[in-house]
Design a protein around this ligand. Structure first.
Ligand SMILES: Cc1ncc(COP(=O)(O)O)c(C=O)c1O
Length: 443
């Protein structure tokens, strides 16, 4: 029997929440009265997600498929170590991320630096170290050429193209390739960029390929294959001798509602989410007739790390406000902003066994002084939940820690994992009040 990994409820074991082979209840006991909230990582789940992508990408052979993790989803350095041993690339979106990627030992040619507004310093860092830059616009190209000349180096680039394709199920804040998006250059308006690259080709710049990213939480693989087809047409112009990389970005959603049946929230709207296999197959179908010298890059963030983490929180109390039963917990929008920002769903459930208890509907809210601070609305949870009981907020690996804040002077939480011997590893310490005040200058 293969070992289970990730987060799951072991029905035969009194309905406890498990992480890999260990109950979360036991981990909490071992941490002995840990401050909450805190984040638990199943690094095995993360490794499995990487393996899944890489196995599927191998099926594109003879075309080379490469995995580039989008660091913005979660830049915990422990994840970068795992990605490095898996020979993955990294996609970065700031000078800070690029610097972390370089100091983690990634080859500059395995790092992509993307952004619609890059600082002078970050452009210089990318050119000087040999990182692959995405040219977002004509002005971006002009600045890149300026620094290539100044540094007397060749800038290695892809062009970020906007093919004007989007998934109608995606929240507006997660769409990045609509006609009026702030990212990339419209696919029909590339000529001025081509001309400027041609004038400087092989002297200050080398165009290696095209990049696009349609957005995040995508569950429609048809737009992915549509995008691949549009980018392939660009390759056929053959105006540039070094063209070989087709980077189709990230964006695959995960099934955030897969646990919902357990708590009988059956009325939750449920969209079928393609697997990593379905996603890569949709690409394969579109590139079959393409030259074998091509390298195809995918740069997922969410679908690599989201399901590898839970946020553990304590109940602070319950109260009735009009028709709503409020369950107040000590986690909030400062650790998990996605519900407040775009009404995203995160499953929330018990850590210990309360499976026989009557469940009622609660709004699960945090203590932050903001009405938009909620983690879940109308969720079925045990009526008897009381102060001190633990709950788990699922699938917080992506865009939670990396989007966290100190709003209301709240320290960012500790992050833990288990090592090979199932011993607790601290990946990140909980911030102190002193940490929060460190950069202020006047007392
Ligand atoms: C350029 C780029 N690539 C990849 C990603 C990763 O997207 P996701 O986490 O949805 O896979 C993002 C995120 O928005 C991005 O901006």
């Amino acid at each position: 029997m293969t070992a289970k990994y990730g987060f799951y409820y072991e029905e035969g074991h009194d309905d406890l929440l498990f992480m890999d082979q260990t109950s979360v209840k036991l981990i909490i006991e071992r941490l002995s009265s840990p401050p909450t909230p805190f984040v638990l990582y199943s690094l095995n789940q993360f490794r499995q997600n990487i393996d899944k992508y890489q196995n599927e990408l191998h099926k594109l052979a003879p075309i080379r498929g490469r995995l580039s993790y989008s660091m913005k989803a979660n830049y915990n350095p422990r994840l970068l170590t795992i990605l490095k041993s898996a020979k993955a690339m990294l996609t970065t979106v700031s000078g800070g991320e690029m610097q972390l990627a370089l100091s983690a030992g990634f080859e500059p040619s395995s790092i992509i630096y993307n952004g619609n507004g890059k600082t002078d310093e970050s452009i210089q860092m990318a050119i000087d170290s040999g990182v692959l830059l995405n040219v977002d616009s004509l002005f971006d190209l002009e600045v890149i050429l300026h620094y290539a000349r100044q540094l007397n180096k060749i800038a290695n680039v892809l062009i970020r193209v906007n093919p004007n394709l989007s998934d109608s199920n995606v929240h507006a804040y997660n769409v990045t390739a609509s006609k009026t998006s702030k990212f990339g250059t419209n696919i029909d308006e590339l000529e001025p960029i081509y001309k400027l690259i041609e004038q400087n080709d092989d002297k200050w710049i080398r165009l290696f390929g095209f990049h696009c990213h349609l957005g995040s939480t995508i569950s429609n693989t048809q737009i992915i294959s549509g995008c691949v087809k549009k980018l392939i047409e660009l390759f056929n112009t053959k105006r540039f001798p070094h063209l070989r990389i087709l980077n189709i970005g990230g964006g695959l959603n995960i099934d955030y509602k897969r646990y919902a049946k357990r708590t009988k929230n059956d009325d939750e709207e449920h969209i079928a989410i393609p697997t990593i296999g379905d996603y890569i197959q949709s690409i394969k179908d579109s590139i079959e007739s393409f030259p074998h010298s091509i390298e195809l890059v995918v740069e997922p963030g969410r679908s690599l790390i989201a399901n590898s983490c839970v946020l553990i929180t304590r109940v602070l109390g319950q109260k009735q406000t009009g028709s709503i039963r409020q369950l107040i917990v000590d986690a909030s929008m400062t650790e998990c902003i996605r519900p407040a920002l775009y009404q995203a769903y995160h499953h929330i459930d018990t850590v210990n066994s309360l499976s026989t208890e009557e469940r009622i509907l609660f709004d699960i809210v945090g203590p932050v002084c903001e009405s938009g601070d909620f983690l879940g609305k109308q969720r079925c949870l045990p009526k008897i939940l009381k102060r001190g009981d633990f709950l788990a907020v699922f699938d917080v690996g992506a865009y939670c820690s990396s989007m966290s804040s100190n709003y209301n002077m709240r320290p960012r939480p500790a992050e833990y994992a288990l090592d090979e011997q199932e011993q607790i590893q601290i990946l990140k310490k909980r911030e102190t009040n002193e940490d929060l005040l460190r950069t202020y200058c006047v007392a």
